[in-house]
Design a protein around this ligand. Structure first.
Ligand code: UDP
Length: 248
């Protein structure tokens, strides 16, 4: 792939998945962010929970199908791509993308922090200014009803952000980014789950060794009681992949 040609795109359970490395992702998003046109783009970092959850949420499926870039967030997706398409897909996790862009562009980058509990996005923004020297385009927590979507989208639209971090939970964040993309008017809007919590220090990134092995989800599920009920979803995902493989 060159900087201008689009990456190869696979289809997993009717969802797109781009075969793209982390450095290629950073190049591509940087190109979008600083293009004179400021055309809006949406980015999804696909994980197994999205696939399971979206089976009963057609709007979530459409938001992912319409996204401009879909990367493999974790090892579960790498496994599914190998099983179903016979392709080794590189990983480009949400946290690494966000950190990579902030490291690369520092003070040139205007970031809008949208999501997490009140106060958390403020802390994330402060830490990002301290650690990367980025500019803060705006801040808003992620606990509002859909009746307030337009107001929040307009706030983002007026902020002049290059990069919108939308961390409001799986589904909600992707649907919001896709539905409001024209009003958001942000060259890159990325759904990035717990990234604002990690930047704020209210959640920890999985240790390096689990990340290197690609098994940080084991650490996350085990270390967080709230997530224990999600383990069956991962088992369900493996079952889905095997059933799909037989069907093919
Ligand atoms: N979150 C939010 N609004 C909501 C639900 C969740 O802003 O209505 C935030 C939550 O505070 C956290 C992030 O979204 O910062 C990811 O939440 P969680 O891990 O529960 O979601 P997942 O992406 O794992 O479904």
């Amino acid at each position: 792939m060159t900087a201008s040609s689009p990456p190869a795109r696979l289809s997993l359970f009717d969802l797109p998945l781009d075969v793209i490395t982390l450095p290629q992702t950073l190049d591509r998003l940087s190109g979008w962010m600083f293009a004179a046109t400021r055309a809006p783009h949406t980015v999804v970092t696909l994980n197994p929970e999205f696939i399971v959850q979206s089976r009963t949420q057609p709007e979530f499926v459409r938001a992912m199908q319409d996204a401009d870039l879909v990367t493999a967030d974790g090892v579960g997706i790498v496994y599914a791509a190998r099983q179903l398409a016979g392709v080794d897909v590189p990983r480009a996790p949400g946290f690494d993308i966000v950190k990579g862009l902030m490291e690369r562009h520092g003070a040139d980058l205007r970031v809008f922090f949208l999501g997490a509990k009140p106060g958390v996005a403020e802390q994330a923004a402060q830490n990002a200014v301290r650690d990367y020297g980025i500019q803060v385009a705006g801040i808003h927590h992620g606990y509002f009803g859909t009746d307030e979507d337009q107001r929040v989208a307009e706030l983002v639209g007026a902020s002049g952000a290059h990069l919108l971090l939308t961390a409001m939970g799986a589904g909600r964040q992707e649907i919001f980014n896709q539905y409001w993309r024209q009003i958001l008017n942000t060259p890159v809007a990325i759904g990035c789950g717990g990234v604002i919590d990690v930047l704020a220090g209210t959640a920890q990134l999985a240790p390096d060794w689990t990340r290197k092995l690609g098994v940080e989800w084991v650490w996350r599920v085990a270390g967080d009681r709230k997530r224990w009920n999600r383990a069956p979803r991962l088992a369900q995902f493996v079952g889905m992949v095997q059933a799909e493989k037989r069907r093919k």
